[in-house]
Design a protein. Structure first.
Length: 281
């Protein structure tokens, strides 16, 4: 027992120091007016929370998350499709697995700079459109407020699809081959195998990925921050929180925004789990 405690002491200490202690401090800061520098913190109670919900600019940025929310369904659909196809005997399937999963291994900052060149005027995307005779459709992909969030959400799909793909592929690979053999004997086609064998077998994995994807859509930060810095209507809730904290030095208000984001993610996760549990019952 003593050995277990000693081996657990260091990771538990690190967890408390770098996870739970900052969380407690964040909650405490959210009830204060503090610039992050002064040793004095002014107690304001729920003023920061009231301010956040009564000032549209602090909460309206959640609209941007809807682009990433809808993109998650495209991302999961593509990941499930490729995982299903590559789970069967396909030529060069290992090569295609690597191609699909590789973007997830790249650093988010690197991806941001790559797609800055991809979307810039006369960049990669415009050159490809001109090459195939669609040059008249070139746009200011990161300068048009009507297109910028679609472009950023598309970048997010490209990066994170590999994560969903590898999870789906692992789940599909765990299905017994005897089931497929029985389906072949019964004359089942590919669609019927997917509908009646693969999808029911990986239902739990699909639900898990859906929860992770929606939580990620609410808390998206890396790609829009690197590529646009939140310009042209691409500010997400997390970028707004960071700006409030480190540009305007309103640590108390930013902490309240972070607490609300955490609560929303917890509520979304609990609601999804309750709905899925009721459906199962």
């Amino acid at each position: 027992m003593l050995i277990i405690v000693l081996f657990s002491l260091i990771p538990v200490t690190l967890l408390l120091t770098f996870s739970y202690l900052p969380l407690v401090n964040m909650i405490i800061y959210s009830f204060h007016n503090w610039n992050g520098i002064s040793p004095n913190k002014e107690w304001v109670g729920f003023h920061n929370y009231v301010l956040m919900f009564t000032r549209p600019e602090y909460f309206a940025v959640f609209v941007v998350s809807l682009y990433y929310f809808f993109a998650t369904f495209i991302q999961m659909g593509l990941a499930l499709y490729f995982a299903t196809v590559l789970s069967f005997n396909v030529r060069f399937k290992n090569f295609f697995k690597g191609v699909i999963f590789f973007p997830y291994l790249l650093n988010g900052v690197a991806i941001g700079f790559i797609f800055l060149f991809f979307f810039r005027p006369e960049g990669t995307l415009d050159s490809l459109l001109s090459l195939i005779g669609l040059g008249e459709y070139t746009q200011l992909w990161l300068g048009n407020p009507d297109l910028i969030n679609i472009s950023l959400a598309g970048t997010s799909v490209w990066r994170y699809m590999g994560f969903n793909f590898i999870i789906f592929l692992g789940a599909i690979s765990s299905i017994s081959k005897e089931i497929y053999e029985a389906a072949d004997i019964d004359g089942a086609n590919s669609w019927q195998k997917f509908r009646f064998i693969i999808l029911p077998s990986i239902k739990r994995i699909v639900e898990l990925n859906l929860i992770l994807a929606i939580s990620g859509a609410i808390g998206v930060f890396e790609i829009p921050f690197i590529m646009t810095g939140g310009a042209n209507g691409s500010t997400t809730f997390v970028i707004q929180t960071m700006t409030t904290a480190f540009e305007y030095n309103r640590i108390g208000l930013a902490s309240a925004m972070a607490v609300v984001l955490l609560i929303i993610i917890i509520i979304v996760t609990l609601v999804q789990r309750l709905l899925l549990r009721d459906k199962e019952a």
